[in-house]
Design a protein around this ligand. Sequence first.
Ligand code: N01
Length: 553
Amino acid sequence: MSAMPSKDHAAGHEAYDVVVVGAGFAGMYMLHRLRGQGLKVRVYEQGGDVGGTWYWNRYPGARCDVESMQYSYSFSDELQQEWTWSERYAPQPEILKYANHVADRFNLRGDIQLDTRVDRAAFDEAASTWQVTTSDGNTVTAKFVVLATGCLSNARMPHIRGLSDFRGKVYHTGHWPHERIDFTGQRVGVIGTGSSAIQSVPVIAEQARHLTVFQRTANFSIPARNAELTAEEREAFRSNYPEIRRFAREEARNGIYAEMPDRGALDDGDNARRAKYEQRWDRGGLTFMLAYNNLLLDKAANDSAASFVKEKIAEIVRDPETAKRLQPDDHPIGSKRICVDTDYYATFNRPNVTLVDIKSDPIEAITPNAVRAGAKDYEIDALVLATGFDAMTGSVAKIDIVGRAGRTLNQKWAEGPKTYLGLMSEGFPNLFIITGPGSPSVLSNMIVSIEQHVDWITEAIAFMRERDLGAMEATKEAEDRWVAHVNDVAQMTLYPQANSWYMGANIPGKPRIFMPYIGGVGVYRRICNEVAAKGYEGFVMSAAERVERMAAS
Ligand code: N01
């Protein structure tokens, strides 16, 4: 592949080697790596600055649920040695500051166009290039397009009768205003009880005159035990980063360095099991689910962990009725993304907080000044929608992506996303997806998975350039096999038993398919590396007009 001219003279469009969609953690690292290869890259970002999900999710209490010493880039040792995280789980403003620091430190801003949405990407088969149209009315061409659009970036507004008639302010946790919102003296309603609500409810309760939480499905949450990081704790990570990062990439299932379980929950007697759960509960955080190695495989094992957390809820929440309502009863623990909180359950002991069960008494309407449920009006001045995202596919679906023979990605994915390795979809040459459906993605520490995908894509592009190849595409056979494998592995677990956003179950009409790959990041990385080592097995690569399957290099 020769260096691209700066103009596609035939069409008069600016021409790039690569267009990257999104300037979150994935898009920024992708840009960094591609520029390192001397490629001409343009990143389009619809937000007003870098940071992706951390740019949009500014709701009160927003912070990461993976420890910051691990939820951070590993590609630059200087960066990980010099950046100082203040808390075990950094708050959103600090993560955004980190994203901005990375953009400046690696001089990325010059190639990122902010406030610009990609509306369309169409593959020109004759020229073997993508034509990318943006919200500013511009069209550019690019040999490759990389979707770094994020998995939880498409905030979902619920369809509730009367919502537009509400006279107070309406906020969505996933699309929070930039100015500080002060709920002091207000009556606030929060709809939803997922991670975003569980983080924001305790903070809003401290400000509001009264807070009413509308819960459709109770969720399991583990205390974060957040605290300021000491210099010694930071140093323990910094001096052991090579091993910590290696373990997270190669051995952990979820990309997190943690003590791994060596036995199942039922291998221990009642007392030993309880002691282990207590120990994990006291330590706090997502790794509660690593107390035993079969919690997401065996229902009886899972029940033991679920019962433990339910007992904790009953101990914390004073009113037995409220405690009962907060105890999840319709899904195995962990089969929906487990939440991590600071004082969530205890917040329901406050006199200014009410929990309303909208499963038994569904919301009938929003009136100009209230939420009406069970024939009762709950008067509020402000409404917070913590109703989640059209996850994993939502942001991709918003772009009109047209592949070979005029087929759109939305048509192809109408019955659920189909990818090979989560990285490419047959019929859409040179279109890469970072942390897409079919990869570990949201089941992992996202930065570990982002870095793996970016490195893999960078190497695939380098492979093609070295051999003067024009297009790379997943074969239908490889894709079908991978889709079946992703599904088979999911069915071996308890995950499909929950109506979760992993399954697309939170979006009416969305196909119910377990979207992420649950085989674990270590296993998945080995598979991707083997595919590359075999000359990109399962992909076809074309040189000029000639299509040839690459032999093993
Ligand atoms: O969204 P959710 P989220 N009427 O989909 C309810 C990540 N994240 O933004 O379960 C009434 O989990 C819905 O009820 P139900 C993390 O991966 C990470 O909280 O469908 N209720 C549910 O209670 C997380 O999993 C961090 O019955 C309605 C809630 O709204 C993911 O983002 C922080 C409704 C939505 O919960 C999504 O979390 C925050 C309706 N019409 C988020 N529609 C950290 O890193 C929906 N609901 C810490």
